[in-house]
Write a protein that binds this ligand. Sequence first.
Ligand SMILES: [Zn+2]
Length: 293
Amino acid sequence: MVKWQQRRKSDNVEDRRGAATAGGAGLIVVLVRFVIGRFGIRGVLLLALAGGGLYLMGVNPMGLLQGGGGGTQTAAATDDEASQFVNDIVVETENVWTRIFAEGNSTYQAPKLIMFSGSVSSACGYASAASGPFYCPGDRQVYLDTSFFDELSRRFGAPGDFAAAYVIAHEVGHHIQTITGVSKQVRNAQQRASGEAEANEYQVKMELQADCYAGVWANRAERTRDYLDDGDIEEGLRAAEAIGDDTLQKSAGRRVTPESFTHGTSAQRQRWFTAGYRTGDVSACDTFNAARL
Ligand SMILES: [Zn+2]
């Protein structure tokens, strides 16, 4: 159980829950129910992370499902448990990355995090609960459908909060890659790639680096304020295991095809999270030049 009682409120959390969207919303609810029923949380996580990956490549995975329709926004931030939890994790990512950037004599510009329910409009297109949490480089915002957390904690049991924190920290990791220029380099390399398998390799390295950054975050948060409890890291590792491409393909009854991986195997995701967590050092996260992933 992460100690999530921050006094500070982040300026970067925007609550858009309760916003209704016309168009494909009903279809998406049906899709999410189907995925949960058929594949469980792993299916949702697959959608979440695959969706996030597609967004990073500039594709809107929900584009075909959405029939347009204007999203309306409600700005009234409620102070429920979910928003307090999200606020706390966001504050802790701001604290940690501000320090890390300061160590390198630069200033951290934190991303905004948009909490939404149903669907939401982003610079990357429309997103829904079926897209799962994702980072949009176009507007530099993390999008989070909070029903995802309910599902995650139900499946992982009561202290499932570190798994949720890991997901947020991973998305913030993509923000770091955007401001350091890594994302752009990866997109350029993918455009020059000889085929899909090679393009996927770059994607895997980028995802594993985001996992490693989540580990760096956990290390720094722990170091400064005794943030974590026993079992939190194991919980993060279990989450990392559950969402490895090989595990997901197996549990979906499909053949394991490494060339189609976009996020890395369970073992790789655990290894890179651990590399970041053990060192607390971003230089331990150079997946692009690593001899072994
Ligand atoms: Zn990702």
